[in-house]
Every structure is written in C-alpha cells, then in structure tokens.
Design a protein around this ligand. Structure first.
Ligand code: GAR
Length: 210
C-alpha cells in the first residue's frame, strides 16, 4: 500500500479528487496518511477531517526564519513516512531539503501545459490570467515529478483543455480543474502505485498494465 502525504494550501478540490478516486477504486493500492497545509484556514483541512484523515498545519508564520519552517515541513512529512508526497495546490516553493529527502517521490499538479505558463510567479489564478492575456486557444494541466527547480521535473501526464471566447480566469480555472486536474492527478497516483511510472532522465515512461 503506497502511503501518500498530500500538501495543500487552499480549497483542496484536488485533494477531494484524490479522496474520491481512492474511495471508488480509480486509485488502487494507495491511501492518504496525512494532509499538510501551510495555511491554517485552508478548506482542504476541513475536507481531510470529513474524510477521517489526519490534517496538520505547518505555517511559515509560526517560524522565525524560512529555514526553520522548511525543517518543520520536512519533519511533518517524515513523521508520516510517505512513499509519495503529493503537492495538490500547495502554493509554497518546496524546500531543497524536502526534494533531497524524497527524490522521484514528490509529484505536483500545475494548471497549465508545461513549459507554458509555469515557473516563478505562475500559481493559482495568475496562471489563467496570463494564459488569457496571451490569447492561447488551448491550455490544460500537467502532473509532474518535483526536482530542485520550479515546475521543471519530469512530466508524467498532461491534458489539454479548450479556451473559450469570453472565458474569465475563474471560468477557465474551473474548466481546467474539472476536465484535466481532477482526472490526471488521480490517474498519475494510480500509475505510480502500480509501479508503472519510470523516470528516465528528464522524461518518464509509462509501462503497460500487467
Ligand atoms: C489548482 O488549480 C492547482 O493546479 C494550482 O492551485 C489550485 C489549487 O486548487 N496549483 C498551482 O498553481 C501550483 N503551481 P485546490 O486547492 O482546489 O486543489
């Protein structure tokens, strides 16, 4: 059974998608052992509670320096002994010590087709604002492994989503969540839990079902 720690910052709809996918068997052989939020007010913590999952808050505001916060975050992850760390709308740059402790064992969902609209400053609604400003006709989501860079690790799954005339950032965000994020994030976790994702340098290869 793959032990998942899910890190969140806000509404937690991606966390909910994972909880639902485990419940209905789309994610096999995995369970969430802890949810970690950097934000005490995150509704995601409420979702964890409702699902009977332990939720903990590690807020940067409770620490004097960023280093102390980073160490506390690593400790909160380690305590839960995960096989996979899932960043599901975790809007904190993942500290290098965490990446080092879990090489190839951290995945993130990004609300655009990487390498478009990613990297520094591209998070949450801002991603969709920039995509609409640029006038793209297609956007989407990417699930990828996390390395030392920002949105730069090996891509596991991507899904394209149509941009429609009159879209606002909120409308586009919702469509990308529904059609892409809530689909590919659970799918990627299932593939990893089945041992079907192999990292090859900057790429990944998905092995056929046994
Ligand atoms: C999601 O759209 C996720 O892709 C994005 O934040 C939102 C969180 O929503 N993540 C990033 O922008 C990471 N760079 P949620 O809390 O409802 O899952």
């Amino acid at each position: 059974m793959l032990r998942l720690v899910v890190c969140v910052s806000g509404g937690g709809t991606n966390l909910q998608a994972i909880i639902d996918a485990i419940a209905d068997g789309r994610i096999r052989n995995a369970r969430i052992v802890r949810v970690i939020s950097n934000n005490p007010g995150a509704y995601a913590l409420e979702r964890a509670k409702k699902a009977g999952i332990e939720g903990v808050c590690v807020s940067p505001k409770s620490f004097e320096t960023r280093d102390l916060f980073n160490d506390a975050l690593l400790e909160a992850i380690k305590e839960a002994d995960p096989g996979l760390v899932v960043l599901a709308g975790f809007l904190v740059a993942i500290p290098p010590q965490v990446v080092k402790a879990y090489p190839g064992q951290i995945i993130n969902i990004h609300p655009a087709l990487i390498p478009s609209f990613c990297g520094k400053g591209y998070y949450g609604l801002k991603v969709h604002e920039r995509a609409l400003e640029r006038g793209v006709k297609v956007s989407g989501a990417t699930c990828h492994f996390v390395d030392e860079g920002l949105d730069s690790g090996p891509i596991i799954l991507q899904k394209a989503v149509e941009v429609k005339d009159g879209d606002t950032p909120e409308v586009l965000q919702r469509r990308i969540m529904e059609e892409a994020e809530w689909v590919i994030m659970p799918r990627a976790i299932d593939l990893i839990a089945q041992g079907r994702v192999v990292i090859e340098g900057r790429n990944t290869r998905i092995l056929p079902e046994k």
